[in-house]
Design a protein around this ligand. Sequence first.
Ligand SMILES: Cc1cc2nc3c(=O)[nH]c(=O)nc-3n(C[C@H](O)[C@H](O)[C@H](O)COP(=O)(O)OP(=O)(O)OC[C@H]3O[C@@H](n4cnc5c(N)ncnc54)[C@H](O)[C@@H]3O)c2cc1C
Length: 382
Amino acid sequence: MSKSTRPLYRPTVPANDIVVVGAGPVGLWTAIQLKKRYARANVIVYERHEAYQRSHVLRVDHWSLLLYGAFNRQPSEQAFYQDVTGKSVGRVRLAFSRSRYIRTNDLETALRAYASREGILTVNRKISSASEVQALHPDCTAFVAADGAHSALRRELLGPDAVTRHDLQRVVELKFETVNEPRRLNWWQAWQLNRRLPYTVTEHIGRKKGETVPVTLRLLIDKDTYDSLPEMSFKAPLPLGHPALPPSLRDSVAVYLESRARMPEVAAVPASFKLSKLPLQLYAAKNFAVLRGSRAWFLVGDAAMGVPYFRALNCGMLLGSRLAMLVGRNGGLAPKDLPRLVARFERRRRIHVAIEFGIARVKDGVLNLFKSVRAAAASAQS
Ligand SMILES: Cc1cc2nc3c(=O)[nH]c(=O)nc-3n(C[C@H](O)[C@H](O)[C@H](O)COP(=O)(O)OP(=O)(O)OC[C@H]3O[C@@H](n4cnc5c(N)ncnc54)[C@H](O)[C@@H]3O)c2cc1C
């Protein structure tokens, strides 16, 4: 079917509907929280892909599911908490400081089921601009941009220079498969490994997939080495033998593999090696809410800000819950109520960014301290 003949989804919506663009975990979570806090709204989510594209493991803190969250004790709520945490809401509350690792696809499946049970409609459609979605919903006054880190809506709504960024660390990731199920390194083995290498490294062993187990090695490298690396991204990784890789990196991987073949043994599949690089950054949009005539747009999730060290999703969920709480308290989404809501969400932005950047900087400081201790131990040894 050609694009021009594809039927458009044109719901006949009364005022006070809320439209979310992006059905990633934060978009869905925000939609659910909005529906719970503001039950008379129709919440509609647009998503360009039928199947969620990310494929990795996420750490979800129980606290992120609880703080500012709305609870109605309905079976759909219980089913969601059971799916994601393996516990009832009551037990999650008792273990509020715990975390849970979950695959992106499993989290998405649980959120989609929860959203659908709450009566939220998810429509598969790529949104090309804010004006397009506004035209689709002429009576809707509140829109949420949850279209991820490379948010086109953020660029359109706030301009190209609307994000402040700070680099924390530079990371090279080596992903590979092993044919055995290796044991995790204990802290002493991890320390011994770190002492032998010129870079600080961390290792993550995933869950068995078919016949093999995925392993991710993260090397925190210096800026000069990072800048000398060729392009190698998550989507377009390089093989380990690529001639443009600096010898220091190849040697470090060789030392790691040689050590790892003896410690709790890893039997790596050579053809599975994939290298990518990424900077660990803090970033935040200069505004999280903006008025466009008589409509308001709100940014949540990676579209609004990003923090490293297993926090980004958690930070996005907290922001989504907070937005829902403010909408619930605002008492309405009529055009006259929107400036107050936008101002409140902007005040929240400053507090949220200060807290999340603070947490990330403390974690980064601990990591830098470890790097200095490791470097001192390595030079004392040589
Ligand atoms: C390797 C890795 C490990 C991570 N580990 C953790 C962790 O342990 N803990 C943690 O808290 N965070 C972690 N994160 C970060 C976490 O994955 C993100 O913060 C989270 O996925 C952000 O969710 P989101 O919904 O804001 O954006 P996304 O997940 O990017 O979803 C955005 C959605 O919007 C859709 N979309 C985009 N444009 C349009 C459009 N024009 N029209 C319609 N739909 C559109 C996309 O298709 C996508 O489905 C990790 C990230 C990576 C890469």
